[in-house]
Design a protein around this ligand. Structure first.
Ligand code: GLA
Length: 716
């Protein structure tokens, strides 16, 4: 609920208060973001410091010391000792002086950047004292039940001049310091979103510079008590609904505060808001819990799952990539489809290699027309074949790219991003198309449309396999913002016109697993790495900010094509189950017994799918040798346990479940074990697991290296 009283703006969620104060100078202060507080006490929170040496204060008020204030959104050259959130200038003056001019409630409208639906919104508008007609709006969207607050900033230029933005964060969160740490999720291809704890000493700068949200640093991060655990402590989670370069900064001020800044990467950023135009930042999402990382991250999972990411039934698809790579053709794929059908798959995704001339990764991107050498009867005939078996047809495309060896490049070399005279930087032999050119955006849209209208696609795997390098002349990193504005427009139009087509979001694995792309795609390919040991860690990192149903996981061959590690079927299957399930596996070449395993796995997953669809994931173990998750979906759920290494004469860690009904009895079941236990015992003692004694027969479980068990529990 949002209340505006006197000079206070209070954003209240189920468990939290976010309190702003407009002071008599028109500055906006953040008085509190955390657990609920009583409105009768708001005035007590006005922090005032008097006579701090070397700080600035108002002429007529010796108690108004800039350094003693937690600002809501800071500007440079205004006496603030921390980094600014936004720098506005024009040719005549290098600063702005914004003061609050009005506060109003209004519903959300469509913006250039993805905006979440629903919620209750308020806008605090600031006017520049230097330029008549320049306003800056701070927008807040409150999701009361989810304990989530979204923020974004809009700058409206009604002056005669153009103004320049060299930095414009989506949000600033000033908070009392206490003893806190930051948690970021960094990595690389094949090891995306690895949790990294960073002590907050001085300043932390993280983010991405590559024009994509990146595998190197997720836009999701946390700031929390140094002592916070999964189940205890104050935890703030932040996410950004954006797919381009982003910036995360956490800095200590000398006056016992922490300033968190979050938004579009400001390195080399210089955006001109022309007279009469406006600029809107991506949306920053935040949530807070005093109950540890588990609850805070489940708030974020729920927000992403319930509000942002489209909810669709996801068919179980068999993907051709790790089965045949580029060596695909109609006959092979027909055999593939028939086998897939007999195993219970819902459809087939024809991955890279189907379009003219694409025999390897040096050629043809941009030429999105069927290769008749490989598909003599056309792609549509293959789609019809699948449809005749009541299966879905999925197809891969990398619509934002062009190969230099392609008809498209030959016809339109100027459509590719390439800076004249600069050394050429190609990633995977390809260049990125300049989507900010309307004719390029139209071409891309038509290619996507063709997949549906001419080729009969029900499912599109949208890939993006290189990072940005060159930017067009006259542009800095603000180009990426313009690029994504154009890309989101294409996505918005496509999803509006073809609401039934399922989009899979992929970028060399999980290189753009973010709430920007996921505003349009119900699922994202978490990583190219499907080895279950690596995958469990990647899914675990991803679970902090995203719901499991949005994580597309595949069971694939052993040894893994990425790590060369051999693993058992159950580990691959159980790990892939914790998300939207599929496979990339050459099912035409495997043994009958392996076929049987896959068939059973599909049946098993179909039964679990309703649980997975709406589940939250809690991480239950801090033991380095185990990955333990509780997949919670009300009265029914799953416990996933992965043992990384087997140690002789060792027992499994105690696994205490959470959020159960203490007075109820639960049925637990896995492999040949089936038993009942009370909610009270499962929470306070843990799951009474048998001994883990490799080689022993009855009554023990047999967890070896990299092996898993999946326990189903249900309230009875
Ligand atoms: C990327 C994707 C893979 C596959 C290949 C095809 O690497 O992550 O899943 O689609 O491209 O070239």
């Amino acid at each position: 609920m949002i209340t505006i009283t006197n000079d206070f703006v209070h954003l209240a969620t189920k468990n939290n208060s976010y309190l702003l104060h407009i002071n008599k100078y028109g500055d906006l202060e953040n008085l509190h973001y955390g657990c609920k507080i009583n409105s009768a006490d708001f005035h007590l929170l006005l922090r005032r410091r008097s006579f701090i040496v070397n700080t600035l204060f108002a002429k007529d008020d010796m108690t108004y010391c800039i350094d003693g204030i937690n600002f809501e959104y800071s500007f440079p050259f205004r006496g603030d000792s921390g980094s600014c959130a936004c720098h506005v200038a024009d040719d005549e003056c290098g600063m702005a002086d914004f003061v609050v001019s009005k506060v109003f409630k209004a519903p959300q409208t469509e913006q250039d950047m993805p905006v979440p639906s629903g919620g209750e919104s308020v806008c605090i508008e600031l006017a520049d004292k230097i330029r008549d007609g320049l306003t800056l709006q701070l927008w807040y969207v409150v999701y009361e039940e989810l304990d989530v607050i979204c923020r974004y900033v809009k700058i409206i230029n009604k002056t005669e001049m153009d103004v320049k933005l060299s930095k414009v964060m989506s949000a600033q969160y000033d908070m009392p310091k206490g003893d806190k740490k930051a948690v970021i999720f960094d990595g690389a291809w094949g090891r995306e979103r690895a949790k990294k704890v960073v002590p907050i000493i001085g300043a932390i700068a993280a983010g991405s510079f590559s024009g994509m949200s990146s595998a190197e640093c997720s836009p999701f991060f946390m700031v929390e008590d140094a002592s916070a655990t999964q189940c205890s402590g104050n935890v703030y989670c932040f996410n950004l609904m954006y797919s381009g370069s982003h910036e995360i900064s956490v800095e200590c001020t000398p006056y016992d505060s922490i300033r968190v800044l979050h938004g579009v990467q400001s390195d080399a950023f210089n955006y001109v808001v022309n007279s009469g135009e406006s600029f809107v930042t991506p949306v920053s999402v935040s949530t807070f819990s005093d109950k540890g990382e588990g609850t805070a991250s489940v708030n974020m999972q729920k927000f992403a799952g319930d509000i942002v990411i489209p909810k669709k039934h996801i068919p179980i698809m068999l993907n051709s990539w790790e089965s045949v790579y580029f060596d695909l053709n109609e006959a092979k794929l027909q055999e593939f489809a028939a086998k897939a059908k007999s195993l219970g798959f819902d459809g087939v995704v024809v991955d890279d290699g189907w379009f003219i001339g694409r025999d390897d990764d040096t050629t043809s991107l941009g030429d999105w027309f069927e290769d008749r050498r490989k598909f003599p009867h056309g792609i549509k005939a293959y789609a019809d074949y699948l449809h005749s078996m009541d299966m879905a047809f999925g197809i891969w495309i990398e619509p934002e790219m062009v190969s230099e060896r392609s008809q498209l490049y030959k016809a339109h070399p100027d459509w590719a991003l390439k800076c004249k005279n600069a050394r050429e930087i190609v990633g995977r032999n390809q260049l990125i198309l300049d989507l900010t050119k309307p004719e390029v955006a139209d071409y891309v849209y038509e290619a996507l449309q063709r997949l549906v209208t001419e080729y009969g696609a029900d499912y599109i795997k949208w890939d993006f396999n290189r990072r940005f390098a060159d930017v067009p002349r006259g542009e800095g990193s603000e180009y990426f913002y313009k690029y994504y504005r154009a890309l989101y427009q294409i996505l918005r139009k496509f999803t509006a016109n073809y609401p039934d087509v399922i989009l899979e979001n992929c970028a060399s694995g999980g290189g753009r697993f973010d709430l920007g792309m996921m505003s349009y795609a119900p699922i994202g390919w978490v990583s190219d790495n499907t080895d279950p040991l690596s995958r469990a860690e990647i899914q675990q990192g991803t679970s902090y900010g995203f719901p499991i149903r949005a994580m597309l996981n595949h069971i694939s061959a052993s040894p893994s094509h990425q790590t060369k590690r051999a693993t058992n079927f159950d580990a691959r299957k159980n790990t892939a189950f914790i998300g939207s399930f599929g496979a990339q596996y050459d099912v035409t070449k495997i043994s009958d017994s392996e076929c049987e395993q896959i068939k059973n796995a599909i049946c098993e997953y179909k039964a679990l799918q309703p649980i997975i669809q709406n589940a939250s994931l809690y991480r239950l173990s801090d033991n380095e040798n185990y990955v333990v998750w509780q997949v919670d979906s009300g009265d029914v759920g799953l416990v996933y346990i992965m043992q990384k290494r087997f140690y002789t004469v060792s027992s499994l860690p105690g696994i205490r479940l959470i959020h159960l009904d203490e007075n109820a009895t639960y049925m637990l079941q896995f492999d040949n074990f089936k038993f009942e236990a009370s909610g009270l015992t499962l929470q306070n003692y843990g799951v009474p697991l048998p001994m883990n004694y490799q080689g022993c027969g009855d009554g023990a479980i047999n967890l070896t290296d990299m092996s898993t068990i999946l326990i189903k529990f249900q309230k009875i």
